[in-house]
Design a protein around this ligand. Structure first.
Ligand SMILES: Nc1ncnc2c1ncn2[C@@H]1O[C@H](COP(=O)(O)OP(=O)(O)OP(=O)(O)O)[C@@H](O)[C@H]1O
Length: 247
């Protein structure tokens, strides 16, 4: 039986999934009979060498890509047989994303970047402004709200991207190489922030990275190689404080 308490609840599940890409007549298998479960309230890190299939796995678990074989469940919803509109709706309502390249709009202020997805969700303008401000405060950027990406450091840009994901209050937060464009200190702030979000909000945070420095900052590390999970271990680092998100 699946555990149901919020601390141990399984929120993402892949069962025997397979995925290959075709390039002309050449078929490249990427995932091969992979199964895993990911729990709420934890930062789970998927590590492994370049090209082993980490981003593909993340894209599948978040509903951005389809599997060829196997089944995918997110928040008890089966994703692999949802039609494209239902899948898009699921992503809009329940998922947040943080990418390596920040994906910010050059012309928008930090606050406007965070407000934008709330408009798509139909949140009234005033409430969107307040929620955006709260999320930016939570990542320590209250004093940077009116600045545009060109005026922010790399670490600050990534924190805006985290605030943007956080303001939707998603149950599932996905991060693809969120620290690889950052120096060591900024990268550490970002990963610790993702860790605290999991603890404070009970969010399922799934992060893929080939950066070995992140390993000690996760609750659980899944090591991938050649489309399979070779190792699944729980880290025993001291708990991250839960009072605030500001480093
Ligand atoms: N859309 C695509 N079309 C064709 N091949 C693809 C596509 N996406 C990924 N691949 C191939 O699948 C394999 C796994 O790619 P993936 O991006 O999942 O690996 P990764 O572990 O995330 O790598 P990295 O750490 O370099 O980002 C690679 O060989 C890649 O070239």
């Amino acid at each position: 039986m699946m555990p149901t308490t919020s601390a141990t609840r399984v929120t993402l599940r892949a069962e025997d999934i397979g995925k290959a890409f075709m390039s002309g007549k050449v078929r490249t298998p990427v995932l091969d009979g992979l199964s895993l479960s990911v729990r709420a309230g934890e930062l789970t890190l998927i590590s492994g060498p370049s090209g082993c299939g980490k981003s593909t796995l993340l894209a599948i678990l978040s509903g951005l890509q389809r599997v060829d074989t196997g089944r995918v469940f997110a928040l008890d919803q089966r994703l692999d047989d949802l039609d494209p509109r239902a899948l898009e709706r699921f992503r809009l309502l329940h998922t947040g994303f943080v990418f390596q390249g920040f994906n910010l709009f050059p012309a928008l202020t930090a606050r406007e970047q965070v407000e934008l997805p709330l408009h798509y969700l139909g949140v009234p303008r005033r409430e969107a402004r307040e929620r955006a401000a709260r999320s930016l405060e939570e990542v320590g950027l209250a004093h940077r709200m009116a600045l545009r990406p060109a005026e922010l450091s790399g670490g600050e840009k990534q924190r805006v991207a985290i605030a943007r994901a956080l303001s939707k209050e998603p149950a599932l937060l996905f991060a693809d190489e969120p620290t690889s464009a950052l120096d060591a200190a900024s990268g550490q702030i970002v990963i610790d922030m993702l860790h605290r979000i999991a603890r404070v909000h009970g969010t399922t945070v799934l992060c893929v990275s080939h950066d070995p420095r992140l390993i000690g900052h996760a609750d659980r590390v899944l090591s991938m190689e050649d489309g399979r999970i070779l190792n699944d271990r729980r880290e025993t680092t001291p708990g991250v404080p839960t009072e605030g998100l500001v480093p």
